[in-house]
Design a protein around this ligand. Sequence first.
Ligand SMILES: *Cc1c(COP(=O)(O)O)cnc(C)c1O
Length: 224
Amino acid sequence: MDVATNLERINQNIRQACENSGRNPAEITVIGVTKYVTIERAKEAINAGITNLGENRLEGLLAKYEYIQDDASWHFIGTLQSRKVKDVIDKVDVIHSLDRMSLAKELNKRSSRPVDCFVQVNVSGEESKHGIGADDAVSFIKELKQYPNIQVVGLMTMAPHIDDEAYLRNIFRKLASLREAVKAEQLQHAPCNYLSMGMTNDYKIAIEEGATHIRIGSALVGPQ
Ligand SMILES: *Cc1c(COP(=O)(O)O)cnc(C)c1O
């Protein structure tokens, strides 16, 4: 399928999920995840109207950034090793995977401006998943105050790849309520207005539960 057709279907689903939950589709940002595809396919996404691209590895980001750069806002969505921060910091607009203090320290040091970050939370508690434990998220975010170049714009989670809708819904609800807990702290460095949750498998549910940023790979750019 061409990306434009895929995007039209995704937009329909977004409208439907918003209708189901009394939300405005304008609140939803679609991040096109291009990690599995070629530069050409990523460009096709841009031509279809995608303005936000996500990559989960430094190498993938650099390869596409060289050709696409200013045509998109760039989101780093994967685990970020501290030693690679210096190579991505000037290229990415948003980091979705702030999951430890040592990374915050490095981002703070290497950036010349405040960086928009999502704090990644491991809501499901799966050992294979990165992220701060849900119980530790608020205190972690409070501690980030010491780093003036870290701006916590929201929370991010990855749900397990399963089809149990009730289970997924519960994960997204937990992240949404955690956002409320952070907002209640009224921290200047953590307005925390956004929720980055929902991928190909589960974005409709995520939107119904409050997602503002959905990260879509397969449904948008694959299969070619
Ligand atoms: C790959 C990836 C996505 C997109 O996955 P799809 O299931 O292909 O939509 C979203 N978020 C993260 C963090 C990813 O690594």
